[in-house]
Design a protein around this ligand. Structure first.
Ligand code: GLY
Length: 357
């Protein structure tokens, strides 16, 4: 496989997303941005797998590396963990010419990016995502954040990485449930933007689930290209970028009312996409065949497609706290055709009850 490069063009801070199946292109992808010192942020699981490869490449470029290892899991996305990273950065004497690299999944990327965006008012940041979810979504586009005990991702900013390096070979050790969670975001791109990619997915989803390299490389580059196109048009989510949240209004609500412990993010988004498509079906925006295609793809990706016993009141209450909401009404991203969605803030509450009952 050749190294694929996708450019994310922005008025300021444009950068490249590199997709490869090994570490050979890493040096040239990050050399310009490292500076004299690097803090490599990773978690306990990733440490065992890839830290050796990445640190030896950084060291070979004459850079001093400090390794900061956080506990795996959402609880690490906190101001407390951020503070311990600031302490490690200060102890290692990182200055404005230094950089922070995130090596891991979404938690590592969001947290390390948040620290890079605030340490000394911002130092260079590089993403090396190692989960499918991070490779197709969270490592691209510059959303960095930590959680507050009352709300997820509520303390953060838009802070673009200088470079993103995706080695798809890292997916070979990813646990199946985590792989499926990334598949939810990957399938999302077909429904929000790209009818042709939906057709490709129908024909190739089994190959993806077998982690066939060519199929993965094609799908990841397709998702990153779509995300780069959307973020390139609307970096700060003034409008269009909100479509990346298809499935997330219901999904975030489900995660919140189940204490972030019952579903992975992708599982909640999968269910969210189904229920939001059912809302669209009841509004006459799409027909049953679109909902069926979505369900078939999610089933093939080993994602849940039904939930029982949802407390609709609590769900609506949780959805009313969504960051996308405006002037008190819940904002939904709903499909209007294959590969097309729109933003709605006037969905009838009775319809929401009907769909969940
Ligand atoms: N994950 C949604 C976004 O980056 O906008």
């Amino acid at each position: 496989m050749e190294l694929i490069t996708i450019n994310l063009d922005l008025p300021q801070d444009s950068y490249a997303i590199h997709i490869s199946h090994d570490w050979q292109g890493l040096e040239s992808a990050i050399r310009t941005y490292l500076g004299n010192k690097v803090m490599l942020v990773t978690d306990e699981n990733v440490k065992e797998l890839f830290v050796h490869n990445v640190t030896s490449i950084i060291s070979s470029m004459g850079c001093e590396t400090t390794l900061a290892i956080i506990q795996a899991g959402e609880n690490s996305k906190s101001l407390g963990t951020a503070e311990s990273l600031y302490t490690q950065a200060l102890n290692a004497k990182l200055d404005r010419s230094s950089s922070i690299i995130a090596l891991g999944g979404g938690v590592v990327g969001d947290l390390a990016g948040f620290v890079a965006s605030t340490y000394m008012r911002g130092i260079n940041f590089i993403q090396i995502p190692t989960t499918l979810l991070a490779q197709v979504d969270s490592s691209v586009g510059g959303k960095v954040a930590v959680n507050h005990p009352l709300a997820k991702n509520i303390i953060g900013s838009f802070y673009q990485p200088k470079s993103v390096y995706i080695n798809i070979n890292t997916l070979s050790t990813l646990p199946d449930r985590q792989f499926s969670t990334g598949m939810a975001e990957l399938i999302k791109y077909g429904f929000i933007w790209d009818k042709e990619f939906l057709v490709w997915l129908e024909n190739n989803i089994e190959r993806l689930m077998k982690k066939e390299k060519d199929a993965l490389a094609y799908a990841i580059q397709r998702c990153c290209t779509i995300k780069a196109e959307i973020v390139g048009q609307d970096e700060k989510e003034k409008g269009l970028r909100a479509i990346l949240n298809f499935g997330h209004t219901v999904g975030h609500g489900l995660e919140s009312i189940t204490g972030y412990s019952q579903f992975t993010h992708g599982e909640a988004v999968a269910l969210g996409m189904i229920y939001e498509s059912l809302i669209a079906l009841h509004m006459g925006l799409v027909d049953q065949s679109l909902v069926n295609l979505l369900i078939d793809l999610l089933k093939a990706a080993k994602l849940p497609t039904k939930i029982a016993g949802i407390d609709v009141e609590s769900l609506i209450q949780a959805m009313s706290l969504d960051k996308k909401n405006k002037s008190g009404s819940i904002v939904f991203i709903l499909p209007t055709d294959y590969g097309k969605v729109d933003i709605f803030n006037d969905v009838d509450q009775k319809l929401i009850y009907k769909v969940f009952k």
